[in-house]
Design a protein around this ligand. Sequence first.
Ligand code: NDP
Ligand code: 2IT
Length: 447
Amino acid sequence: MNAYAQNVLESLQKNCSHQKEFMQSVSEVLGSLSKLLDRQSKYEKYCILERLVMPERIIIFQVPWIDDRGKIQINTGFRIQFNSAIGPYKGGLRFHPSVNLSILKFLGFEQIFKNSLTTLPMGGAKGGSDFDPKGKSEREVLAFCQNFMRELYRHIGTSIDVPAGDIGVGSREIGYLYGQYKRIVNSCDSVLTGKGVNWGGSKIRPEATGYGCVYFAQEMLKTRNMDMEGKKVLISGSGNVAQYAAQKAFMLGAKVLSLSDSNGSVIDPDGIDEEKFAYVQELKNVRRGRIAEYVKKFPRATYYENCRPWQLTSCDIALPCATQNELDLRDAEFLAKNNCIAVCEGANMPTTLEATAFLQANNILFAPGKASNAGGVATSGLEMSQNAIRLNWESDEVDSKLRTIMVKIHESARETAAEFGEPDNYVMGANIAGFRKVADAMIDLGV
Ligand code: NDP
Ligand code: 2IT
């Protein structure tokens, strides 16, 4: 590793060694900037790495709310405003019991480079709470969202910080959050993205992350003269990203063999089609049920309790779309042994560092989430544009802009990687391309 990057990493380690996910994402990024830093001394002169690894602002707040038994519950709310060099802070909110500073700092840090890659002017942020929406009533979710926004509203704004969804925050939660924001500030200023289409949302935003991930996979396959037709695809997760990755994959002729949730995985040897997709949408988005139920409706499928999909059957393409560190070295070894062609991340950092290194060493195409799942935030950027001009674009138009952005991200990651002598290294290409734009902006803006 470049000596400057190494020094920054070591001093960060002294303060943040307990923040494992954050250290993991920083070491991946700094590691892959080495060749650029060897060539360019200006980043060290301006202390860019030291400034980049420290959030510009962290907001932590109390969220009290009243449950259905009338008891007061208290959760912690967070917003990490990581970097605003190229635009207002932008990034999702995650509601999940595992949420802590390490996880949100890793997500906010990744978001800086991802947003830079989208070609749109958006800085990096992330936020959320350790609140668990699972098993809560509609009223409890509403109460939590309203009390979360009761504090968050003062820190956000259309030119300041624009939150959106992530794990546990979908269109229902965005509605409750935005409703409360509007009530407090008396302004329809569209401060969140992922809104419903009837109240300022963009068409294709729900689909965007999953579709974008598959568009990126298509581009990677093209480099080997292949396409999605007839490919066996394993997908983890069954939430927003997984659902639409599955839909786009089968629309392009692939056979989607799996979905999962935190309890287990389903393998469907016949593949998921439009009818099964509609069933999963109703199961997960309306009834908020478990993926285990899938096999009752489609008995040719098998449910594997407490298993992730990767070693349950062989595949050509793996799309991890659930959560961080859900594909490890042993999974990677299994994929390689069974001639997997590509792993394209729909989730944020789902592949461990060891698994990534193994996949790359074994000539498996590997796309890091900051490139391949950027379609979600890119379409959030398009939602901001539509809100600013007070117009709504049709689905075809948004989808075609999304497709163009994913092709450009692929091109820029690949061309940047080639510039440094490793054309297939999408991790290096995405990190350098995303970093350069932000770092040069930081230099332009002065200290
Ligand atoms: P959802 O809440 O809609 O779905 C999350 C899915 O992942 C669910 O199936 C959930 O299962 C599963 N999951 C969550 N945590 C775990 C865990 N610890 N172990 C196993 N499974 C788990 O979230 P999204 O689909 O929006 O997000 C999925 C991933 O994509 C995340 O990494 C997110 O950061 C990333 N992402 C999302 C974007 C978006 O636009 N929504 C954009 C870019 C990235 P269960 O129901 O059991 O919890
Ligand atoms: O991780 C992500 O990019 C998201 N959760 C989407 C963020 C956004 O602002 O749309």
